[in-house]
Ligand binder design. Structure first.
Ligand code: AMP
Length: 121
């Protein structure tokens, strides 16, 4: 696994060097709207800790960070009212793709995509 490189857009969002459309911020995570949504609701949730991908996070983050992050996902589901229609969560790690999932990880800071549509849709 590659080492963490601070030269990535999510590092800049954490450090408030660039703006994001933030939905929720916790002690250990930030959740914001994806700039190029692939579903009516497309939220990215990222840890504030510097982890390259999901495996780095799951292996090396503290229990508190992992709990806070996962509770953050359930808060987003509630805030965005995704339960009615269901939702998907996805995390790309590294270069792997398949024909159905043709995009590799493009931002080298761990993130989870939360995709769905609101109860009003
Ligand atoms: P991935 O391809 O899994 O690494 O996902 C990276 C995601 O970050 C893509 O869906 C991009 O649209 C999204 N993205 C890139 N830059 C920004 C940004 N400045 N604000 C919000 N989302 C972004």
């Amino acid at each position: 696994m590659q080492t963490y490189d601070k030269d990535n857009v999510f590092y800049k969002i954490i450090n408030k060097e660039i703006n994001a459309n933030i939905v929720l911020e916790g002690k250990h995570f930030i959740a914001f709207h994806d700039i190029a949504p692939k579903a009516p609701v497309h939220i990215l949730i990222i840890p504030k800790g510097l982890y390259v991908d999901y495996n780095d996070f799951a292996s090396n983050a503290s229990d508190e960070e992992i709990l806070d992050f996962n509770r953050g996902i359930s808060e987003i589901v509630k805030i965005m009212r995704l339960e009615k229609h269901g939702f998907k969560i996805l995390s790309n790690a590294g270069k792997f793709t398949t024909p159905d999932f043709p995009e590799p990880q493009s931002v080298m800071h761990m993130h989870v995509h939360i995709l769905g549509k609101s109860a009003e849709d």
